[in-house]
Design a binder for this molecule. Structure first.
Ligand code: G6P
Length: 608
């Protein structure tokens, strides 16, 4: 996730910017840059790669003696990691400079308008649009230009802005991306996160949505979007640097689980336009979509589990046959690819060796390949014919949570798009799915807020030896992921079974007190699942059920019930997985395991 730092004060800005950016390194980044206002000029340096490169280029900031500046570490979203795409971004005559964290959803529309007005673009970023848009509206008053662009931009942003004509001022504004400000002993500092400012102050102001801050060496003024001054109270930060990196959460995994509502919104909102699904990056005409004969989903780990859900959703909604493969199996099985095959490779890192090999194999055999990838510019993103990015931001915990949730959203969007074009669902149905999708972030948040109850339950199972997850249909896919989460971070043996398979062997493993987590979100399968739950319960299992609100029958067959809010049959995974993530997390915490870095596992598996 991008990191922003800005400073105005008595001291040279550049070393403070570099130091602050260093404290934001944990957020993940691929390039960095700083801009400093000095002797009536804005000077800038930026570079792909580690912060060290930028420090060397600027002699630890010494080449820029100015006292007002902004800095940025970039996690690529629009445009691959490169020097040109790195922030800050200038307007044409280098009199306005911007750093940005977030996604401007209507940037293409704005860019088109600006190009028509004669503006020239040198990068692929959405941020450069902001610099030119500010230029367009700037007539000597920075505040008015900022307010004008706030009315034009859709999406999320935290911005740090300098104007050459106002060399003593630093401006900041935000909507849906974090930004904090604080007084240092000799000036003001802004940052996207607390670790960057802790060295200078422990009293920070959290900028709220659509608030603007104008900072000078000795003043800090807050305004609303009507340019009215606002009074704000600072918050005293007690956290140490380590806790601050995790935003006050005990682990990155918990922080990332809490980032899910935002990540999910970022993934769907640019792709829903009114009652239409627009996935521009798919680059497929309606005719091509109509001609898809088969979809092959290939991935590893949790991405594979997202793919299993994708099969049910794509087949159910769009009525296209779907095969799902583990990439390590696919690459050696000599798959049959006919004309009209679309291969979807799902990968958070975009670097998984088996997934990359499967991509190449599939292309060679003549399939069109779509990557569903989180890391912009990664190998899978580069080699796929087209890429649909998940906007989860960087994930640090080895056990994926938010990237997995965004992969599900990407697959739902594809299913909705294909179903819309192939007319396998009505406009009313599509409208209903869109409404349901927009409700997911709040529903996820509600489930996350139920964490204390799940923690209490988890604490009873710290000594468990085996846990079984069962489900049918999409619920089987949820069980696969729930089980993987548990085993990877708690080291408790767990298995996921299609509930109907129990009687073919697994049921012999059920003993008195064995925990069985039953997932039932598919109404048409309730009865079948309840029979399976009774089967294991009568053999001594303790049954935890995750089911839809309103399924009161469940009490007859379960010992403990977690309800998920109402959604349609296809989107239930996005909700049911939340309590299972929390369950795995609290077992791991309770057992004292290394939650974020479980033994023997790597976040990105670049070897076979
Ligand atoms: C590793 C990670 C998993 C991930 C899998 C696939 O095993 O620990 O969380 O699901 O790789 O990674 P990818 O980056 O391709 O999604």
């Amino acid at each position: 996730m991008c990191g922003i730092v800005g400073y105005v004060g008595k001291r040279p800005a550049a070393p403070i910017l570099l130091d602050g950016l260093g404290k934001l390194e944990y957020r993940g980044y691929d390039s960095a840059g700083i801009a400093v206002c000095d002797s009536g000029k804005i000077q800038m340096k930026k570079a792909r790669g580690r912060l060290k490169v930028l420090s060397e280029l600027t002699h630890d900031g010494e080449i820029f003696p100015g006292h007002v500046g902004i800095g940025h570490t970039r996690w690529a979203t629009h445009g691959e990691p490169s020097d040109v795409n790195a922030h800050p971004h200038f307007n044409a005559d280098n009199s306005i400079v911007v750093v940005h964290n977030g996604i401007i959803e209507n940037y293409l529309k704005l860019k088109k308008k600006l190009i028509e007005k004669g503006y020239k673009f040198i990068s692929d970023t959405d941020t450069e649009v902001i610099a030119h848009l500010l230029d367009y509206y700037y007539h000597g008053n920075p505040m008015q230009a900022i307010i004008k662009i706030m009315h034009r931009m859709e999406g999320s942003y935290a911005l740090g802005i300098l104007f050459k004509d106002h060399p003593e001022e630093l401006y900041a504004v935000r909507k849906d991306s974090p930004l904090i400000v604080g007084h240092t002993r000799d000036g003001c500092i802004i940052a996207s996160d607390v670790p960057a400012v802790l060295k200078y102050t422990r009293d920070v102001y959290f900028i709220e949505n659509e608030e603007i801050v104008c900072m000078r060496q000795d003043s800090m003024e807050f305004f609303n979007v009507d340019e009215e001054p606002i009074e704000k109270e600072p918050t005293h930060i007690e956290w140490d640097v380590d806790a601050a990196e995790k935003g006050g959460y005990e682990h990155f995994m918990l922080k990332e689980m809490y980032e899910q509502p935002r990540a999910i919104t970022d993934t769907f909102s640019p792709r829903i336009k009114g009652r239409e699904i627009c996935i521009e990056e798919l680059a497929m005409s309606d005719e091509e979509i109509l001609n898809i004969k088969k979809i092959m989903i290939v991935a590893c780990g949790s991405a594979y589990h997202a793919g299993v859900t994708g099969k049910y959703v794509l087949e159910g909604m769009a009525r296209i046959p779907v095969e799902v493969d583990l990439a390590s199996e696919y690459r050696y099985r000599n798959p049959l690819i006919e004309e009209g095959t679309l291969t979807i490779i799902i990968s958070q890192s975009g670097e998984t060796a088996d997934s990359l090999a499967a991509l190449r194999d599939s292309r060679e055999r003549g399939a069109k390949v779509l990557g569903v990838v989180n890391v912009v510019g990664s190998s899978i993103a580069r080699e796929a014919d087209n890429v649909m990015y998940t906007w989860a931001g960087p994930e640090i915990a080895v056990a994926t949570t938010k990237a997995y949730s965004c992969q599900l959203i990407a697959l739902y969007l594809l299913a909705m798009k294909f179903a819309q074009v192939r007319k396998t669902i009505s406009d009313t149905e599509l409208g209903g799915y869109i409404e349901d999708m927009k409700r997911i972030p709040d529903q996820v948040e509600m489930l996350l807020n139920n964490k204390n109850r799940i923690q209490k339950f988890a604490n009873r199972y710290l000594a468990a030896r085996d846990v079984f997850f069962i489900g049918r249909g999409i619920d089987y896919a949820i069980s696969l992921e729930g089980s993987l989460k548990l085993k990877e971070i708690s080291y408790i043996h767990s298995e996921a079974y299609a509930a109907g398979e129990l009687k073919h062997g697994t049921i012999s493993l059920i003993e008195e007190g064995t925990l069985v987590a039953a997932v039932l979100t598919q109404e048409n399968l309730y009865k079948k699942m309840i029979s399976n739950m009774v089967e294991v319960r009568t053999r001594g299992a303790f049954v935890l059920a995750v089911t839809n609100e309103g399924n009161h029958e469940i009490r007859k067959a379960a010992d403990y019930v977690i309800y998920i809010p109402e959604t349609n049959q296809y989107f239930t995974n996005s909700l049911a997985i939340i309590p299972l993530q929390l369950f795995a997390y609290y077992i791991s915490v309770g057992k004292g395991c290394d939650v974020d870095k479980p033994r023997n596992l790597a976040k990105s598996v670049t070897v076979e």
